[in-house]
Design a protein around this ligand. Sequence first.
Ligand SMILES: *Cc1c(COP(=O)(O)O)cnc(C)c1O
Length: 360
Amino acid sequence: MSRVYNFSPGPAALPLKVLERVREDIPDWNSSGMSIMEVSHRSKTFMDLAEKAEQDVRDLLSISNDYSVLFLQGGATLQFAMTPLNLSQSGDVVDYVQTGSWSKKAISEAARFCTVNIVADSSDSNFCHIPLQAEWRKTTNAAYFHYTANETIAGVEFHFIPETAEVPLVADMSSTIFSRPIDVNRFGVIYAGAQKNIGPAGVTLVIVRNDLLDRKRADTPTLLTYKVFADSGSMANTPPIFSWYVTALVLEELKAQGGVVAMAKINESKAMKLYQAIDDSNLYNNPVQPDYRSWMNVPFVLRDANLNTKFLAESESAGLFNLKGHRLVGGMRASIYNAMPEEGVDALIYFMQEFEKLNG
Ligand SMILES: *Cc1c(COP(=O)(O)O)cnc(C)c1O
């Protein structure tokens, strides 16, 4: 078997241990005589799995009983609509920080349902920084405050939690959740599509403070209502069983590896050595202000863009895949989520240095 180092931003690499377990489980899951894809979501064995997955999320992030943990569908993108539909009434003002492509998308969707106040916008630096919190123009009685904790495309991360006083804080954590500890008690809603750092596409994790479940609009469609899923154990209709199951395995593996504290250590070390290698080189450049550099997505451009094709071809030959940057940023991007081992980052750095010696 030859597995490559997969630096894809999403769907992203999954732990090999989890994949091996899936392979083993497929024909006869949990002595049911069926695969996981064929069992009823109402069966005791699946309900037990769902319960354990929820408990593992709670344990990993120390989530209190004031919060519901939901496993939804529709990706993080559907949350761009579900947050306004569940937390605001039409005509309400909602606050958003615009720090990159994903927050821009969240803003344009929210604007269909509410009045969006953009408290700060870093488009003038090409999304290479986060405006200072002291300069944000917040609304005192906003229905909620939304930010994108890690902008997956430009590689910009909030290494702090915004202060919003009584206004419920909503975070898109798709590309950073479980990469480090977070104080969930500071948040109203946290959401994350699975396919970056949690599992396969098809499941979206939503953590919502229970007192917010009654803020929905009267005309919010049933399946877009947090409360409907909170009241039904996320089984308002047939859930994405397979994705949920793989997610449960990833969570179990994460706990076995020491949880988010252990992950944070490794992730910080992976990111710091990669940024150091970029900063030490004459060929590569990362334009993000150091205080806001992402631990998860590390974009870099080559001084001579004519070398891009060669870099990509040779990196693939070296077993390093999916390094092509997003078209909005150009160059390269190495996404180094939890499932990317430190050896993968070491192999990338070695390759980059060798490539620079020959082409720099
Ligand atoms: C990938 C991503 C999304 C979109 O997720 P989908 O699950 O494809 O809808 C939204 N926000 C962030 C920060 C992302 O990285």
